[in-house]
Unconditional design. Structure first.
Length: 401
């Protein structure tokens, strides 16, 4: 009998210790009181319940038999409570491990966030770095640009913010060039003239292409990045396969630049200097070339370009190559098309008004244009309105389809 009681006592003690171990991490007196209460309840259950049951059997069983059954009942209860304690201990251990892991991950995220914010601020400072002579420190600035690129990939939510900062760097640090006719090639080549582009500006454009590649970063139906490169000097730059949807390129110089397969849908292209630029395979649907100034794309190469619905106003397309271009529903108003090559271009629904020069338009057939060539010379806005350049107006004559 003594042995059973010792076993019962040890079992109860184990249960009490297990319950206390579940709350060992809590320093509050409240939790310690709860642990002691649970242990006391366990002792009372093990000691009193079997005794009460034995009293009920006093008239039916002998004293020794009742004591034996009571001790067995106590042993069974101790085993059950011990099993419950072990299971509870395992569950609480798993819970505590999970809490510890979540806390560690949260701390790591906060630490990485603080480090990223510090690196972001340092990268911004590097963009304006200068040497002792006050000249741009290109090595440090390049490091800042590529640090911003890494930050954008670590924090996709800040990608557009980084893109805006890099675009602002291009606007403020690039310079337009005076390009003499003797320096221009006979035809536009789809090869960027890297000798004209400063190293930091070329790197900045590479970062923008990394952040906004055509068809890779985001689908064409998604919200456009709206990059602002207005009035930037990007002569000879490599801008191919760059997502420039809804971008602001007003007054930007892209002469001799490579914009092959770039996407310029809905972009603002007023007063763009695109002499000898390559637009082969580019898309400029609904892009607006109309402005009070004059858009220059003389001698540009835009074969197979997608220019559906584009608005050309006061535009110089002298000697431009638009072979097989998609110009359906495009508007060419007050446009200089001297020797412009439209061979194979799709122009159904295009509006041709007050054109200057003679262009090679594809007439008849699917395009249903009313004439083969535009008249050698029609009145220009300056001739019609001396001293005042009117805005192009909506017109449907002559119109295809």
């Amino acid at each position: 009998m003594k042995r059973e009681r010792v076993v019962a006592g040890v079992g109860v003690l184990v249960v009490a210790l297990l319950v206390s171990a579940l709350l060992v991490n809590h320093r509050s007196v409240r939790y310690w009181l709860i642990a002691l209460a649970i242990a006391l309840v366990a002792v009372l259950l093990v000691w009193l319940v079997p005794s009460m049951q034995a009293l009920r059997w006093s008239g039916e069983l002998q004293e020794e038999k009742r004591i034996e059954l009571r001790d067995k009942a106590r042993g069974t209860m101790v085993q059950l409570l011990g099993a419950v304690g072990l299971v509870a201990t395992a569950a609480i251990t798993v819970y505590q491990v999970s809490i510890t892991r979540d806390t560690a991950e949260h701390t790591l995220i906060l630490t990485e966030g603080a480090q990223a914010a510090e690196q972001f601020g340092r990268a911004i400072d590097q963009l304006g770095a200068t040497d002792k002579g006050g000249k741009p420190a290109l090595e440090i600035r390049l490091g800042g640009l590529y640090a911003l690129e890494r930050y954008a990939y670590r924090s996709p939510a800040d990608r557009d913010q980084v893109g805006s900062i890099v675009a602002a760097y291009v606007r403020t640090n690039s310079h337009k060039q005076v390009i003499h006719p003797a320096d221009l090639p006979k035809i536009a080549h789809c090869v960027p003239d890297s000798t004209r582009v400063p190293v930091d500006i070329a790197a900045a454009l590479d970062v923008l292409r990394s952040l906004y590649p055509v068809l890779l970063y985001r689908p064409q139906t998604a919200h456009p990045p709206t990059i602002d490169l207005s009035n930037a000097g990007l002569a000879g730059a490599n801008m191919g396969s760059l997502d420039l949807r809804a971008a602001n390129l007003t007054g930007t110089q892209v002469a001799l630049a490579d914009l092959e397969n770039a996407v310029l849908d809905d972009a603002q292209l007023a007063r763009l200097d695109g002499r000898y630029a390559c637009f082969a395979g580019a898309s400029a649907k609904r892009a607006r070339f109309t402005a009070s100034g004059q858009y220059t794309a003389a001698e540009a190469s835009a074969d197979k370009a997608k220019l559906q619905g584009a608005e050309f106003g006061l535009t110089d397309l002298t000697d431009a190559v638009l072979e097989d271009a998609d110009l359906r529903h495009a508007r060419l108003e007050y446009t200089n098309v001297t020797r412009t090559n439209f061979a194979g271009a799709a122009m159904k629904g295009a509006t041709l008004k007050e054109l200057k020069g003679r262009g090679s338009f594809p007439c008849g057939g699917k395009n249903d244009l009313p004439c083969k060539d535009v008249a050698p010379h029609q009145a220009t806005p300056d001739e019609m309105y001396p001293g005042k350049r009117p805005s192009p107006t909506t017109s449907s004559q002559p119109s295809a389809g």
